[in-house]
Structure formats: C-alpha cells, structure tokens
Design a protein around this ligand. Sequence first.
Ligand code: NAD
Length: 472
Amino acid sequence: MTIDGKAVTAAATINAVNPATEQVVGTAPDCSREQLDQAVAAARHAFSAWSATPLNERRAVLGRMAGVLAANAATLGELLSQEQGKPLAKAQEEVLISAHWCAEVAKLPLEPDTLADTPDSLVQVHRVPIGVVGAIVPWNFPVALAFFKIAPALLAGNTMVLKPSPLTPLTALKFGELLRDALPPGVFNVVSGGDALGPWMTAHPGIDKISFTGSTATGRKVMESGAATLKRLTLELGGNDAAIVLPDVDVNAVAPLIFWGAFANSAQFCLAIKRLYIHDAVYDRLSQALAKLAGSVKLGAATEAGVELGPVQNKAQFERLKGLLADCKAQGLRLLAGGEVAQQPGYFFPVTLVDNPPESSRIVQEEPFGPILPLLRFTDIDDAVARANASPYGLGASVWTADEAQGLAIGRRLQAGTVWVNEIHTISPIKPMAGHKQSGLGVEQGEDGLLEYTLPQTVSLKRGGQASGAGA
Ligand code: NAD
C-alpha cells in the first residue's frame, strides 16, 4: 500500500483472481484499522500544505501524474487485464484514458467568482477544498473510475485515501507506488483490504468526504454510515439504461454502435445499454443484425490474439448472470443469441439476446451488469418513453434516429443524467455526469464535478475602511 509516501505491507493478505483462469494472480495487503488510521492521519497532515499550494502548481502535478501513467501504460495495462479480465488492448486504453483525464482536468477553471467589485465593496466566492477525501471504487474500470476522482479531488486541493475493490486491488496498488515521487507524501494514499475496509472509511471521523462508485445498494449503506459525521458525498451508482430505436434508422449503421453500447467491457459498464426498445418496423432486422454480431464476436482470455470480450470479472457476478439466464429459460422466453454457458475454467458468459420479454421480468427490471440484454418491441413512442422512464434508475439513455430534432426532443423527455442521440459513451472530462433518481447523488466530471470537491466560501469586503454590519 502507499501510506504517507511510503510502501506499507499488512499482516494479512487478500487474493486477486484472474477471471479467465480462476487462478490467483497476486496478493494484496489486507489493511488493518490502525493502518487506515495512519493513512487518514497522513492525508490530514498533508492537507495544510497541499491546499495552500498555488493552483498552478497543483495543475502541474496533475500533468506529471498524466506523464507517469502514460509512461507505464504497458505495465499497468497488463496487470489490469490479468486481474480484471478485459482484453489487453482495452486495459492499456483504460490507463491512457486515465492519463488523458489527469491532463484535461488540470485545465478546468477554479478561480473565484466575483459577484461585486465596486468602489464600496468586493464580494467573491472562493472554492476551498473539503479536506480528506475517501475514494471507493468498483472492479469494472478499476483505473479510470479511480482517476475520475483522484484528478479533480487533488486539483481542488484535497488529499485522498483511495480504496480499490477487493476483487481488483493490484493495479491501484501499483499506480499508487508509481505516483509516490510525483506527489508530496500523504497527499495520495492507497489502501487495499477486504469487506471491512469500506465501512471503516465511511464511518471514519478523519475523512471529510466520500466519493463512491458502485452499486445502489452499497451507496445507501455509504450514505447511512456517512450521516453520523455528516460527510459530504458523491455517489455514482447503478443504472438500467434504456436505448430507444426509431423506425427511420439505418439498421446496418447503428447495429454495431448499439451492440458495443451494450456489450463493451463484457457489459460490466454502469452506462451500458441494458434495455433496448426497438420500433416494430425495424425490430426483426435490427435483432437479426445484433444476433449476427453476437455470433461473430471473439470471447476469450485477455492475452488471446484478436479477443474482443473477456470473461465477467468474478464468480458472484457469473453466478448472478446464470441465475438471470435460468429465469429467462424458466419463463419460456426466446433467446436470439447465446444462452449456453460452456463448461470450462473461467467466468465466460456468451453474449445473450432475449426476445421481447415482458416488462415485469427480472431481465428487464434488474441491472444484469453482464452480457445479457433484453430487446423490447414498441409501436408507440410515448409508450416507449414511459417504459424507459419506469425505472428507479436514471443514469444514462440513448435515442437512435435519422431525425435529429426528434431525437433531441425524445432525449429531453428521458429521465437520465446523460442522454446521447446517435452516439453513446462519449464521456469526457468536460461533460458533467450525474445519476438521476437512485443512480446517484451529485455529479462527476466537468466543472460541476470539480466543484463537488470544494466548498463555497463567500468573502465580502466593505471598501473605504469603514466597518459596517447588516443593518448599517
Ligand atoms: P459494490 O457496491 O459491491 O462495491 C463498490 C465498492 O464499494 C468496492 O470497493 C467495495 O469494496 C466497496 N464496498 C462494499 N461494501 C461497502 C460498504 N458497506 N461500505 C463502503 N464500501 C463498501 O459494487 P461493484 O459490484 O463493485 O460494482 C458494480 C456496480 O457499480 C454496478 O451497480 C454499477 O452500475 C455500478 N457502477 C456505477 C458507475 C457510475 O459511475 N455510476 C460506474 C461503474 C459502476
């Protein structure tokens, strides 16, 4: 682990398993409560100097972090692909995206707002850092989702204790090590551990804010636990994103975009298409095109040549997907692709398409977080919008049509924090991403996301040397 700029081991360890082989790929320290206290104390100590460091210097440090990540993309990518399961090229791409994030977040504005500047008064709103941020991330994008937090939190002048998922701890421990020389000691600490560590962090009196990405169920626990010390919270939670395909689409052009919108990262993607509403006029042609892609996509271990999709990341997730598949079969639902899980080592789940299941079925109502997708037929656009919105989640949504004006109009009616028209997953360091409804609390990315790591401080000056009060 990295605590106060130094390498720290723990008495106990946890194992990281390669999901393609089910073999242990490495062990990670199981952080003790005392070690967490040390990490928080180091972050608190480092806060006074780091928060007082001029903004331009912090911008430069983020630039150096980007350089370290880019220079080590091959090593970090290899480790990531082994513990996470994604194809090597995609793992390296994730590291490079994280480097890009550091470089771009470094350019975001954070100067004070001037509300009044007259001969009589100066009123400014400064954005001050919150203190120590506890960052908790999941296993689907263990590097990118960490840097979505690290970059803005540190730029704003906070210090951090980062906890990766116990299922993918290795890459985070490694980038913590690689970044030791790029940052003052204590500014960025990385701890790993089992199921006790997250709750210790959310209850820790020395942590001022929790930035959490994970499931909605865990998000509720984080909120409950943080209430005791009234922590600031950003929660990026689950989704059940709808895509709506109108009758005027060019089926051949949109099929691959929709396919990868649903199945990239083996569909372990908070913003993956998880309910695909297709107009009756194009339902058969589009479902056939998607089934053809499902049949030709190469599923395999990260290191295999030409592999496009890896296994799902862990056994619990694999079992959950098999349960959802069994439920579809028990209901007599027709499958247009996939549906047979091969008996072999590794958590390989085939791309599976479910033909028009009822809205009430589990596969429509639940977030599968794996490569099984319901295709849903509609004839009336208002009905499709109502069905898309009939979800406790509100993370992302997309509309596919040749009519841009109609696409935008329908998109604006969808209850989701991010809406795409004729594209998907074009996330960026400048586009705010907020989960509506039970998909989250607060914002990540963009200027709004950066401000989540600050508190407004209003400073009011009466000019001319005369003191005055509100009633003067
Ligand atoms: P999870 O909620 O099980 O775990 C996420 C993290 O929280 C892990 O580091 C875990 O160790 C930690 N944790 C578990 N219990 C905790 C507790 N009681 N207190 C504090 N921390 C605790 O989620 P997961 O299975 O790792 O990830 C999948 C979920 O994450 C999906 O629902 C997905 O949609 C969501 N997700 C959301 C986004 C987003 O930006 N909105 C991005 C990626 C994933």
